[in-house]
Design a protein around this ligand. Structure first.
Ligand SMILES: [Zn+2]
Length: 350
């Protein structure tokens, strides 16, 4: 019935999901509005590249979610985080032949954007999103080309972020007369929204290329390569990573948390020269080993590469790194939905 729209969901999901410079591990999500009421959105715990017209998504009544955020009364003393997540879950519409899954924790903001939505954690846009000067630079890069966009300062993911995006997009529409096609989220990533699948993918591509060009980021993002040592151990065969880890100060790269997924998937799991972390680094040889199944090991490698690439990009562009604060980090550590997402990714690897 919604065949064409679901094909579009598969198209936009794979277009960005197959690239680890755009999404790492289970990060990022996509959605397509099917009609005036229903929206297909990536399910929690699925990889973006695993979203097809048959699986990896759920259908929700997005009008209900929209209404919820429209009517929310912040003066009332309630657990909005829990309530909004429950609400998204309860807005799931069962579809014949489709497994009922849990919608992405970020389903909320998809509800009030355009027909097609792509949200990623791209290493190019994230050079801006993880630097103090990012907002002003984004302004000069995007506005001279007539893009309608908004910047969202770092805010806890989930309810708060959703509400903030709603407020910012509405304010942009009011002041400029056009609905923003781009949302840059500090210490998080990018949202692109359009009416049209091809247009949405093209815009996502274009904006990342433009940022890389303007910041003179020319080095290609490294392709993660893993070799299996035994059932539970993988070793990295990525020269880019090895070169950087062959350094007594390698730990410095990871002392900052740049975006929530770094914490969710890597946590405090990296140990340098001994210790029992999930990721062990030998700074004499540059060898990186993962004590995990394939999917988890790949996710950790992708995140490490992204953190390195963004950190270097910020430095090379002469910018100042902006990391998450201790308070931001504590929120994520105690966030139930993220833990759920993490456990699902682990299961997928088995
Ligand atoms: Zn995200």
């Amino acid at each position: 019935m919604y065949e064409k729209r679901l094909e579009e969901l598969e198209f936009i999901s794979r277009a960005v999901g197959l690239r680890s410079d755009y999404v790492q591990g289970g990060g990022g999500n996509t959605s397509v509005k099917l009609d005036e009421k229903l929206m297909a959105v990536k399910a929690s715990g699925f990889l973006l590249k695993g979203v097809t017209r048959q699986e990896g998504f759920v259908v929700v009544d997005y009008r209900k979610i929209k209404d919820y955020y429209q009517q929310v009364d912040l003066d009332s003393d309630r657990d909005f985080e829990k309530e909004s997540a429950e609400f998204a879950k309860n807005s799931v519409v069962e579809m014949p032949g489709l497994k009922t899954l849990r919608p992405s924790v970020e389903a909320g903001f998809h509800s009030f954007l355009k027909t097609h939505v792509i949200h990623t954690h791209p290493v190019y846009a994230n050079i801006l999103c993880c630097s103090v000067e990012g907002r002003e630079l984004a302004r000069s890069i995007l506005e001279s080309r007539g893009y309608s966009w908004v910047w969202v300062p770092y805010i806890n993911p989930g309810f708060c972020l959703t509400l903030k995006i709603k407020q910012e997009t509405e304010a942009c529409l009011k002041s400029s007369g056009s609905f923003p096609r781009l949302v840059l989220m500090e210490n998080h990533g990018l949202i692109v929204t359009e009416d049209g699948a091809e247009k949405c993918v093209a815009m996502h591509e274009e904006v990342n290329r433009l940022i890389a060009e303007q910041l003179k980021v020319t080095e290609a993002f490294p392709e993660p390569r893993l070799e299996k040592l035994d059932e539970e151990t993988y070793i990295s065969r990525t020269p880019y990573l090895k070169e950087r880890m062959r350094d007594g100060a390698a730990a410095e790269y990871f002392k900052n948390v740049l975006y929530p997924d770094q914490l969710v998937y890597l946590g405090e799991g990296i140990s340098f020269d001994g210790g029992g972390g999930k990721v062990s680094v030998d700074t004499k040889t540059g060898e990186v080993k993962y004590k995990a199944g394939f999917q988890e090991a790949l996710t950790m490698e992708e995140i490490m590469l992204a953190v390195l690439y963004i950190t270097e990009g910020v430095k090379k562009a002469g910018l100042t790194l902006k990391a998450m604060t201790g308070e931001d980090i504590d929120f994520i550590k105690n966030w139930e939905s993220e833990a759920y997402r993490k456990s699902l990714v682990k299961q997928m690897g088995k």
